[in-house]
Design a protein around this ligand. Structure first.
Ligand code: PLP
Length: 371
């Protein structure tokens, strides 16, 4: 065979994780519903391995690199990774990251398992200072829901130089925008619940790593904690992943249009989206990301009451948490107790979906009239 160019992620999302071709071979792996296997093979038992998980894992690997393990949720994946940290390990993490991760880190800190240093990851100098003596940099970028962007290539390189491990939560950016393993990160986490599966119908997570010893430890941890995905969920996630690049392209283009229009709206006081030229993270994001994603947030003039009214008055956009599905969702983030107090009361996070842009904008304009 002649030398071939590496395949595009658009193609990989479609061809990876399929059974070997042959006459009458299945085109898709089936939903392998079996709790145990006949002795003598590699799988052994349903908590140790499953054909449908493996299919999804090889498809995520095709996009993210390394080797992949899937878990029952994004939090199960992330907590499995944290659970292998040695007692007393110092972890540097975002002070406005995903609220579930912050709650988990706080709980691990409170029980004396680890020591957490929460910092603003977008301020490189502050992060470098905090890395002194740290065992792990846990980086989420862009952050949820403030859409701040960390200088990932610099932070990863500097952390590794100091002998500090690096994990990246790549849920918002996805491997289409950045591939942290290729920047030197040790592990990449996903809430597969979001973009990779893309239809708001499952909860799943994944970890990918280039380090085979780390892969084995995490695989063992999944086995013994039992934080395994279901075969049906894995099948749905893989089915969703086939259209992920197509969905993401439309959602991103919708997001940029909406961000630009919101910026000029009289009821809106600020828009957070790194794709806007006026955004403080625009140049940084352009430097190493292949796009700006499809989640944005904005504050409305007024407070919690005004923002709640907006979220409750849309007809197309659903007032609900979560993100990354074909359907647009928004919510006022501070309605959750666990949300960082750095996030303004009137901040609305909008996960832009794949609907027609004119229909979406008309819905937003109508809702904003109620602010
Ligand atoms: C949703 C989310 C998680 C948690 O994932 P679950 O699948 O809900 O457990 C972690 N990180 C980010 C950035 C998320 O958006």
């Amino acid at each position: 065979m002649s030398d071939q160019k590496p395949l595009s992620p658009d193609t990989l999302a479609i061809i990876a994780g399929r059974p070997a071709a042959g006459p009458d071979a299945l085109v898709n792996f089936p939903i392998a519903l079996s709790s145990t296997y006949v002795a003598g093979g590699l799988l052994g038992y349903g908590r140790y391995g499953n054909e449908t998980w493996s299919a999804l894992e090889s498809a995520i690997t095709a996009l993210e690199g390394g080797q992949t393990l899937t878990f029952s949720s994004g939090m199960a994946a992330i907590s499995s990774f944290f659970s292998i940290l040695p007692v007393g390990a110092v972890v540097v993490a975002s002070d406005q990251g995903y609220s579930g991760v912050m709650a988990l880190l706080n709980a691990l800190h409170a029980s004396g398992k680890i020591e957490v240093r929460f910092v603003n990851l977008s301020k490189t100098e502050i992060v470098l200072e905090a890395l002194s003596g740290a065992a792990l940099l846990w980086a989420e970028s862009p952050t949820n829901p403030g859409l701040t962007v960390a200088d990932l290539p610099v932070l990863i390189a500097e952390a590794k130089l100091r002998g500090c491990g690096v994990g990246v939560d790549n849920t918002f950016a996805t491997p289409l925008l950045q591939r942290p393993l290729s920047m030197g990160a040790d592990v990449v986490a996903h809430s597969v619940t979001k973009y990779l599966s893309g239809h708001s119908d499952i909860i799943m997570g994944s970890l990918s790593t280039n380090d085979s010893a780390l892969y084995s430890r995490l695989s063992e941890m999944r086995k013994v904690t039992g934080s395994i995905p279901g075969p049906f969920e894995s099948w749905l996630a893989l089915r969703g992943l086939r259209t992920f690049p197509l969905r993401f392209e439309r959602a991103q283009s919708n997001a940029l249009t909406i961000a630009r229009r919101l910026e000029g709206h009289s009821k809106v006081s600020a828009v957070n989206y790194p794709g806007l030229e006026s955004n403080e993270y625009h140049d940084r994001a352009k430097g190493f990301m292949n796009g700006f994603g499809a989640v944005l947030s904005f504050t409305v003039i007024g407070g919690a009451k005004e923002a709640d009214r907006v979220c409750e008055s849309s007809k197309i956009i659903t007032n609900a948490t979560s993100l990354g599905g074909v359907e647009s969702l928004w919510e006022r983030r501070r309605r959750w107790q666990g949300e960082s107090t750095l996030i303004p009361e009137s901040l609305i996070r909008l996960s832009v979906g794949c609907e027609n842009i004119d229909d979406l904008w008309a819905d937003i304009e109508l809702a904003l009239e109620n602010a």
